[in-house]
Design a protein around this ligand. Structure first.
Ligand code: ATP
Length: 273
């Protein structure tokens, strides 16, 4: 028997009120993959991720997770299976970081039970790996954008789901923290989880993804390994950008360099004077 995909979209049409964003999208995301959605602003990346997370309901088609229609899961079962880090979430008023991270444990807890040592361990570990232990008692509203993003990520990790959906998880983060988060996702992937992320940085996408899903105007145009997908033609067609694609000097994965930049000189402006 073949293993079902982690996520399968079958002829999904979805949007907001009367506005359709994605029409007739079919897609299979392999279990244990690190899949990255790329595509221009407004092409429907978040909409598809939110559909898989059951935040949006398709008007047509079907979504299955681990071989089962997502409508067949109870809320609690689903929250134990799929975790979402949404884009631009509001900080709950008056909530401390540790309380937020504890929220991630809710799906693992029955209505009347107390927090267990397993819950505490999961929270401590999630704070540690996201570098937020020191921020545990701080109010979310008082944190910087990057600190807050890492606190939300800690909540997602405490949820401990086999499938992680992350909508632009590196937003607000400085370059070192961006790579820390991506490395953390790579570790989770190496540990067997299915990671699905939206990223804007094509070079980061190419470094970390096992599979790219390229979206444009609400359609999936291409899927596959970054080495085959990320070509100058693809970038020109999907983003309207003329570029060169060369091997990343560190990883050998494809790296995109725009050709149309106004700064064409390699000389530092002051170096010649
Ligand atoms: N809550 C909403 N109500 C109505 N339209 C929406 C809503 N959210 C998004 N849209 C529209 O749906 C389309 C797709 O948006 P979506 O957020 O999925 O794009 P995206 O590819 O994630 O974009 P970005 O890269 O800018 O984050 C856009 O035209 C957007 O304006």
């Amino acid at each position: 028997m073949t293993t079902p995909p982690a996520i399968e979209l079958d002829s999904v049409t979805v949007g907001y009120d009367r506005r359709t964003v994605c029409r007739d999208v079919s897609l299979r995301i392999t279990e244990g993959s690190f899949t990255v959605f790329i595509g221009p602003n407004g092409c429907g990346k978040s909409t598809l991720l939110r559909t898989v997370a059951r935040v949006l309901r398709p008007s047509e088609g079907r979504v299955a997770v681990l071989g089962r229609d997502i409508r067949g899961y109870s809320r609690r079962q689903y929250a134990r299976t799929v975790g979402l880090l949404p884009q631009g979430i509001e900080a709950p008023a008056g909530m401390a970081v540790t309380d937020l991270v504890l929220r991630g444990r809710h799906p693992h807890r029955s209505a009347l039970s107390r927090w267990t040592s397993q819950d505490e361990q999961a929270v401590t570990a999630a704070l540690a790996v996201t570098g937020t232990t020191e921020l545990g008692d701080r109010m979310l509203a008082e944190l910087s954008g990057g600190q807050r993003q890492r606190a939300w990520l800690a909540m997602l990790l405490a949820q401990d789901t086999p499938i992680l959906l992350l909508d632009e998880p590196t937003t607000y983060l400085d370059i070192a923290h961006q790579y820390e988060v991506l490395d953390l996702l790579a570790d989770l992937h190496a540990g067997g989880r299915t990671v699905v992320a939206v990223l804007h940085d094509l070079n980061q996408a190419a470094r970390y993804a096992t599979d790219l899903v390229v979206l444009r105007d609400g359609h999936v145009t291409t899927t596959g390994h970054p080495s085959t997908v990320l070509t100058p033609d693809l970038v020109a067609e999907v983003f309207g950008l003329s570029c060169r694609v060369v091997p990343d000097p560190v990883t050998g994965t494809p790296a995109v360099f725009p050709e149309s930049s106004r700064r064409t000189s390699t000389t530092h402006p002051r170096s010649g004077s």
